[in-house]
Ligand binder design. Structure first.
Ligand code: SF4
Ligand code: SF4
Length: 332
């Protein structure tokens, strides 16, 4: 039987997006999350994706050893605001639900970051979210971030131990980042605001002390809204793939993201998924094509068909995807 997973592949140890509708008292949020599950399960392809992941920022201020940036950098800078606007305008016309401002870089370094978030909110996107390494968080930026209307912020915090943290997030100061996150939580709570909803990410690594995860959870569980434990993906060496060594693959997997999300890089190239920063599966370019043409186009549909027929392993790029490794079936 085909297994269209709609849950998160990463064990979530605190909170879930699914419960955010009632938290935000928002019917639109509930409807968006309903579609998030229903579209992949029922094979529904909307005129535009439910979420656009705009990998608009190529620059970063850190040098994390596991980052694909150590091997290659997808582009040279930032997507222009006019192209960001074009994407948001087109997609919101057809009901875009979620917008993730991201990059293989640090999105808060983009000079337009607050302008982009405000624009997406003005255009009615229900879930505007961003991933950050947290280095830019500080009293003034935090104030502006809360006022921008950002719905969710996902922060890579990795360890509650200074030494371990700074070994992973090379170039970041543990004290500064942790203080920045705590200031953001304080400012938000003082405003009695539920947004941005804050998620702290921890990465599982073979090299980490097994107690590291519990200490991280203990540190953040009373402070943030969600904690997720992500699998370590070493994009540089195939043989060091954490998921392959620690989990079993589900051969009946069918990737739900093909009915949910479209990834667009800083030069406008639309690629298959967030794992395709090297542009192995180019679907089109939003500089010349509409989001709808790309999302409903032949290339994307062919890949959906392969997945739906239960043959995802026939696609080179998807064959060993970490998402197909079942978190419930640990090898340990
Ligand atoms: S902060 Fe993110 S983008 Fe920057 S080097 Fe680290 S993993 Fe890569
Ligand atoms: S590599 Fe394939 S299976 Fe994995 S997330 Fe991308 S599209 Fe889905």
């Amino acid at each position: 039987m085909l297994n269209v997973k709609t849950g998160s592949i990463s064990p979530e140890v605190l909170g879930t997006d699914k419960k955010l509708g009632p938290v935000f008292h928002d019917e639109e949020w509930l409807e968006y999350r309903r579609k998030w599950d229903a579209y992949p399960q029922e094979g529904i392809v909307g005129k535009v994706p439910l979420q656009i992941d705009l990998f608009a920022v190529d620059v970063c201020n850190l040098k994390c050893p596991m980052c694909p940036r150590q091997e290659f950098i997808p582009g040279k800078g930032y997507m222009s605001f006019s192209l960001v606007k074009k994407v948001i305008d087109e997609a919101t016309e057809h009901g875009l639900c979620a917008f993730n401002f991201a990059g293989l870089g640090e999105p808060t370094l983009c000079p337009d970051v607050l302008k982009v978030i405000r624009y997406a909110k003005e255009k009615g996107v229900v879930d505007v979210n961003m991933h950050t390494n947290g280095t830019r968080l500080g009293p003034e930026f935090n104030r502006q971030l809360i006022e921008s209307g950002l719905d969710r912020l996902i922060i890579s915090l990795d360890s509650a131990n200074k030494e371990v943290y700074e070994k992973i997030r090379v170039g970041a100061s543990f004290e500064r980042v942790y203080a920045g996150v705590e200031d953001l939580i304080r400012q938000r709570n003082e405003r009695v605001s539920k947004k941005p909803h804050i998620k702290a990410n921890f990465i599982e690594m073979d090299e980490k002390d097994p107690t590291e995860k519990d200490r991280f959870i203990a540190h953040w569980s009373d402070k943030v809204n969600r904690i997720a434990v992500l699998r370590y993906l070493d994009c540089q060496g195939e043989e060091r793939l954490y998921h392959r060594n620690n989990y079993q693959q589900d051969r009946s997997f069918c990737c739900p993201e093909l009915w949910r999300r479209l990834v667009i890089l800083s030069d406008g190239t639309a690629v298959l998924c967030p794992r395709d920063m090297k542009k192995r599966h180019v679907l089109g370019n939003v500089q010349e094509q509409s989001v709808t043409d790309i999302w409903t186009g032949e290339k994307m549909q062919r890949i959906r068909d392969v997945h739906r027929s239960g043959k995802f392993r026939e696609l080179d790029f998807c064959r060993d995807c970490p998402d197909s490794y079942d978190s419930k079936r640990s090898l340990k």
